[in-house]
Write a protein that binds this ligand. Structure first.
Ligand code: BDP
Length: 722
């Protein structure tokens, strides 16, 4: 009796714990929560998907089945069984293994190697078909997305293929597990327990999260690379991760250090034209492929911020990249060669990447992709697009975006990056007349590229919810969705994300979408509106320090970027200045030559204007600047009020966390506004416009605070930090 009683109690407790656990919302499940659907839809899904039949079995196909089962169990309360018959059948697979799916013929061949077709067939069966197993997996995630976002599935006809070939996440993880600009705990890669503990559930869930978006590559270590990643010791560990990622369709890449032959094996040079060096790379690459047969390739930061590169040996970027590309070529590997370069000798940092890379257009091998940050400087809250887009016609390119909020308040501020990403993708380069957007170029529709790519620096760490701020997840999501479909809008993506991550309730969605839409602009407004840039304290990139002036040079100081004096503010990049505008196609050069035709949100990127320059609003530049700073703070207040108003739709845990973080954000927004306004006021000598908020403290206070308060980045300082 007693034993039975105990057993029962234990069973009850366990089920309670499990139930309790399922409902705890710590953010771990990201957008793959599979919450119970609304009852009518749940019934529809149950009827529609009574059983799953897979055309064949493989590690990837098995994952697709498991994911569908897991999802349907959550959404409908019932896992589909093994039944037979067309009624309620979900048929998944490839034409190669299923005559029935082969009938999808042209539709299927149109979606290429990674795309998928989801179709309700005449006999009522729902088919998820693709030309590869990973396409089936992507299709399965898409069907689950439809259900998670509350859509009907009785009559589906979707054919979808990725816009961009290489959809890659970049980790800036050091081998000691400290993540550069990460802000979400230590690196996910627990090197000490690898390769033994490769079945760490985190690795599998990490891969699921990426695969759910169609991400097909991951660079697991920092671009400020440690040469040791190429040692056997690390390759053995890395191979274990690659094994985990493989069935999810994710290739593993490594960031490598250009002078690895010198550091690892005492070769006296790393000159890319030296046969010894070439041989070294060939042998090492061969070794890498012994460990990881489908290894993706290298990501290289060379001759940038102190990293070694071909220029150290009198060679150029193409010569450096090609040497590595040659070693990787026999195995189908790629080199992502970064264009993020600048040097103190260059008068205008804006110009550097273009000036260095344009003369090399057409000189890179076919398996090299030049990876370019969206803007010419460095992930600022708003940048005009890098003029390399639309100019490198004969060189494969990839766009690099940043999900981790290095310049957006780390993991303390809510700043959905969807609007920034779409702004970059929709930017018109005019390369082949109007409408030659970066999105089209990346999709390979404009130039004859062999490879196209999109990369994002993401920040997951061992924080329970991966990204620390729950809303940083939304930018990871946005990146993945846009790499799949460059034409999606940031609001469609935020809606999808909110529905899956929080709730399908329209009373929740509408206000939340609104604040997500303004959150990036708020960050621009309270930091560096109207095209100001880089007013950060050196190094940590969190708080404001616009007061660093010429005395602080030759380093890149705030003064260098804003050029504020009593006469005016802004960086002259027209003919009378650095003439960086000449790097754009003619229509844009003309547009940016004149302040009146330069969009106001990037005005001070291109013009040095007097404080009384008249803006579209009728305000003077000075008044507009103050107005923008005030607006930024007001927007954070609006975000707070909205969050408060949706309290009932959000679980307690995430509600409390975001609420607290918004308090931090408001404090910081005010700090930014007050510090910048105090400083610019001291420079311009102008009175505060009527009705604007008075800074809470004097300028000296903010200068002091730069050192005392705002150094929360655990990464800073490290060697190479700046
Ligand atoms: C800057 C970061 C720095 C990175 C560098 C890069 O401050 O930590 O190493 O970019 O992208 O934004 O290489």
């Amino acid at each position: 009796m007693i034993t039975r009683f105990f057993a029962l109690t234990l069973a009850l407790c366990t089920s309670l714990t499990i139930a309790g656990h399922t409902h705890a919302e710590d953010g771990y499940r990201m957008w793959l929560r599979y919450q119970a659907a609304e009852p009518t839809l749940a019934e529809q899904y149950r009827q529609q998907f009574k059983h799953i039949s897979a055309s064949h079995s493989s590690p990837t196909m098995d994952l697709a089945v498991q994911e569908l089962e897991r999802g349907l169990q959550g959404l409908t309360g019932k896992s589909p069984g093994n039944g037979s018959g067309d009624n309620g059948r979900l048929l998944i697979g490839t034409p190669e293994h299923s005559p029935e799916l082969k009938k999808l013929g042209q539709t299927l061949s149109g979606v290429g190697p990674e795309g998928f077709v989801i179709q309700t067939l005449d006999n009522g069966t729902t088919a998820i078909a693709a030309n590869s197993d990973v396409g089936v997996l992507y299709g399965s995630f898409h069907l689950l997305r439809l259900m998670q976002t509350g859509q009907s599935v009785t009559d589906i006809n979707i054919a979808s293929a990725p816009s961009v070939q290489h959809r890659v996440v970049n980790h800036w993880d050091n081998l000691n597990r400290v993540v550069e600009r990460g802000y979400a705990g230590l690196s996910l890669w627990d090197w000490g327990t690898l390769p033994a503990y490769k079945d760490n559930p985190r690795y599998h869930d990490y891969a699921r999260i990426n695969a759910s978006l169609g991400i097909n590559g991951t660079v697991i270590n920092n671009v400020n690379a440690d040469a040791r990643v190429l040692t056997d010791q690390f390759l053995e560990k890395t191979a274990a991760l690659a094994d985990v990622f493989r069935p999810y369709g994710i290739k593993l890449y490594l960031s490598v250090k250009f002078n690895s032959p010198m550091l690892l094996d005492g070769v006296e040079t790393a000159d890319p034209l030296d046969p010894k060096v070439q041989q070294w790379w060939k042998e090492r690459v061969k070794k890498v492929y012994e460990y990881i047969p489908d290894f993706g390739g290298f990501l290289v930061k060379a001759n940038s911020e102190g990293q070694p590169g071909p220029q150290d040996f009198g060679r150029n970027h193409a010569e450096g990249a090609n040497m590595m590309a040659e070693a990787l070529e026999p195995f189908g590997g790629l080199v992502f060669w970064r264009a993020f370069v600048y040097a103190p000798e260059q008068g205008d940092r804006f110009r550097e990447a273009y000036d260095e890379f344009m003369p090399l257009d057409g000189k890179f091998k076919d398996n090299v992709i030049v990876q370019i940050k969206n803007g010419p400087i460095d992930f600022q809250p708003r940048e005009p697009f890098s003029p390399l887009f639309g100019s490198l016609e004969k060189t494969n390119i990839a766009l690099e975006l940043q999900v981790t909020q290095e310049y957006f308040g780390f993991s303390y501020h809510l700043a959905y990056q969807g609007p920034l990403f779409t702004e970059a993708l929709n930017a018109d380069t005019y390369a082949q007349g109007e409408g030659t957007t970066i999105g089209k170029i990346l999709a390979g529709d404009v130039f004859d590229y062999k490879h196209t790519g999109m990369a994002a620096v993401i920040n997951p760490g061992n924080s329970r919810n991966w990204t620390s701020h729950p809303f940083v997840q939304s930018s990871w999501y946005a990146f993945g969705r846009l790499a799949w479909d460059v034409n999606l809008t940031s609001s469609a993506i935020s809606e999808e994300w909110l529905r899956q991550t929080f709730s399908n309730d329209s009373a929740f969605l509408q206000p939340m979408q609104e604040i997500m839409a303004i959150s990036r602009e708020a960050g621009v407004n309270y930091r560096m509106p109207l095209g100001l840039t880089h007013l950060y304290a050196q190094g940590h990139h969190y708080g404001p320090a616009p007061w660093h002036d010429k005395a602080g040079r030759p380093d890149w100081t705030a003064y260098y970027y804003h050029q504020a004096s009593e006469n005016g503010i802004g960086f002259d990049r027209t003919q009378s200045g650095s003439n960086a505008i000449e790097q754009y196609h003619e229509q844009l050069t003309e547009k940016f030559a004149n302040p009146a035709t330069t969009p106001e949100d990037i005005l001070l990127w291109f013009h040095h204007l007097s404080w009384d320059y008249k803006m579209d609003s009728g305000r003077t530049l000075w008044q507009e600047l103050v107005h923008k700073y005030d607006t930024g703070v007001a927007q954070v207040e609006q975000m707070q009020a909205t969050w408060e108003s949706v309290k009932d739709y959000v679980d307690a845990e995430r509600y409390q966390r975001v609420k607290a973080l918004l308090q931090v954000q408001l404090r910081d927004a005010k700090h930014w506004r007050d510090a910048c306004i105090s400083y610019f006021q001291s420079v311009s000598g102008l009175p505060l416009p009527e009705g604007s908020a008075k800074p809470a403290h004097d300028l000296e206070y903010y200068k002091r605070m730069e050192k005392e308060l705002y150094v929360p980045d655990p990464w800073y300082p490290t060697p190479g930090g700046h």
